[in-house]
Design a protein around this ligand. Structure first.
Ligand code: C2E
Ligand code: CA
Ligand code: CA
Length: 497
């Protein structure tokens, strides 16, 4: 072996050795790297896990918070739209829901009715029984309304004693009326408050949305006009809006204006109708009947203005004016014995407000008209509410010598026992009895009965509305000598008496 060959062999060995050690280093390095990688990925995995846990937690918390916020908002909204006393919807909720219902109505084309409900004489409950009782009544009414409407209808309290219902999906115009009548029936029943029975009644106005489109304000305005008409018609009633209602109400407002001016300008004057005593062939007394001398020269009867005067609170003023004039102009007729009595009509409300106790004596004193020449005519409705109170109210007048007549006796459900309970001097047979007396045996029997009773109680009877000689004769045959009516004399002005 040459030295060159020897050399080459050891160099190769050397190279192999270096290669092996490099390989070993590299293997070690790879192992180290692999373990590092594993370590890092473990850390990464853990970090990832922690991160996703954190994210889930955060998401949860956000969700909870959002839910809380939504709940709070809904609660606040509900609070803002709830009537605190009754727990039903308030005006704000009502307005929002009405807008929504009307918007839907355009697309569904099912009917929508709005009902406005106002309690009758609620102020009286508050004033006489206190606010606690008033609140209890309002709560009970809210309760009754909620239980009577159909599911999905909205019941709201708009304020005070005014409630409203939105009835959607009403098919025909009279569905609204049916709902209203059902509500009326439920609400108009007494309510028990503190063991006391408190009367409860309401008036209702209805308006239906027009399929061609109705604004909420128009619909409410129409329902309001209908409600007003219900109130004017005497409460505890339902009225559905119709286009002529507006004209009626405008006419009424015009009449009110005219009547107010008439009272102030003294256009309402005393007219008189003599009452004949047939047996003595003379006129015994004269009844004062109010007439309106309207600006155009027309003479208007009490039916055309009296109720309006009263509703305007002007009856006291009107009566004071006409009585002053009547007492002054008829006094000489009483003094000279032409007539024995002047007889005047007093309305039930006026009487119950103490007018005969307070105002009448003043007018008598001012004019010097003798109380003993005066007859006050009252109707049964004025007297029966509280007989004891009535007796007390009449006591002073009676003591002064004024006489009391029971007017319109025999009409409707006249009550015979009232004749025993109060000290009447006279009773006036209603025209409805006189009118049929010649052809109706029952009416004759009733009249005969009244005549006998009056005779026993020492009460004089005057027949009203005697228009024919035959009626007069029948009445005389039954013992009724005092008669009033067109047969004997029409009402006239003083200078025609
Ligand atoms: P009333 O007290 O029953 O008066 C009788 C009514 O019958 C009067 O109507 C009179 O004009 C009418 N009359 C009289 N004779 C006849 C007749 O033969 N046939 C017919 N068909 N009617 C006859 P008027 O004057 O229109 O009065 C209506 C009502 O108005 C009165 O009914 C009375 O309740 C009330 N009233 C009239 N004047 C006054 C007043 O000054 N004050 C008050 N509070 N009420 C009055
Ligand atoms: Ca009368
Ligand atoms: Ca009468």
């Amino acid at each position: 072996m040459s030295s060159e060959n020897l050399d080459t062999g050891s160099a190769q060995k050397d190279r192999l050795h270096r290669l092996e050690s490099r390989l070993a280093r590299e293997r070690r390095a790879r192992l180290e790297a692999e373990s590092l990688l594993e370590e890092r990925s473990q850390a990464l995995f853990e970090a990832n896990l922690a991160l996703s846990n954190l994210a889930a937690d955060l998401e949860n918390r956000i969700e909870n918070r959002t839910r809380e916020l939504i709940n709070a908002q809904q609660h606040a909204l509900k609070q803002a739209e709830t009537d605190t006393l009754t727990g039903i919807a308030n005006r704000a909720a009502f307005s929002r829901q009405l807008e929504e219902t009307l918007a839907n109505f355009q697309s569904t084309l099912k009917g929508v009715a709005v009902l406005l409900i106002d309690l009758d004489d609620f102020k009286l409950v508050n004033d006489t029984l206190g606010h606690g009782a008033g609140d209890a009544l309002l709560m009970e009414v809210a309760n009754r309304l909620s239980q009577t409407v159909r599911p999905g209808d909205v019941v709201a309290r708009l304020g005070g004693d005014e409630f409203a219902v939105i009835a959607a999906n009403v098919g025909f115009k009279n569905t609204g009326l049916q709902i209203a009548n059902r509500l009326l029936k439920q609400v108009c029943r007494p309510v028990i408050v503190d063991d006391k029975e408190v009367p409860c009644s309401c008036s209702i106005g209805i308006a239906h949305a027009d399929p061609a489109g109705t604004l909420a304000d128009t619909l409410l305005g129409n329902a309001d006009l209908a409600l007003y008409a219900s109130k004017r018609a005497g409460r505890c009633r339902v009225t559905a809006f119709e286009s002529n209602l507006r004209a009626d109400i405008e006419n009424r407002a015009a009449l009110e204006n005219e009547v107010r001016l008439a009272v102030m300008a003294n256009e309402i004057k005393p007219w008189y109708q003599p009452i004949r005593q047939c047996s003595k062939n003379r006129y015994k007394s004269i009844e004062l009947l109010a007439r309106w001398h309207a600006p155009g020269g027309e003479i208007r009867a009490p039916q055309q203005f009296l109720a309006t005067v009263e509703s305007l609170g002007l009856l006291d003023t009107m009566m004071e004016n006409i009585l002053h004039r009547a007492f002054v102009e008829t006094l000489p007729l009483m003094n000279t014995g032409k007539f024995d009595y002047l007889t005047i009509n007093v309305s039930p409300t006026q009487f119950n407000h103490g007018w005969t106790q307070h105002s009448l004596p003043k007018i008598l004193a001012e004019t010097g008209f003798p109380a003993r020449s005066l007859i006050v005519e009252l109707t049964e409705t004025a007297l029966i509410q509280d007989i004891e109170h009535t007796r007390a109210m009449l006591a002073d007048l009676l003591e002064d010598g004024v006489r009391i007549a029971l007017d319109d006796f025999g009409v409707g459900y006249s009550n015979f026992s009232i004749l025993r309970q109060l000290p009447f001097h006279l009773l006036k047979l209603d025209r409805s009895l006189t009118m049929g007396i010649e052809n109706d045996a029952t009416l004759r029997a009733v009249t005969e009965c009244i005549m006998t009773l009056a005779d026993r109680l020492n009460i004089n009877v005057i027949a009203e509305g005697v228009e024919t000689q035959q009626q007069s004769d029948f009445l005389i045959a039954l013992g009724c000598n005092c008669q009033q009516g067109y047969l004997h004399a029409h009402p006239c002005q003083f200078d025609q008496l």
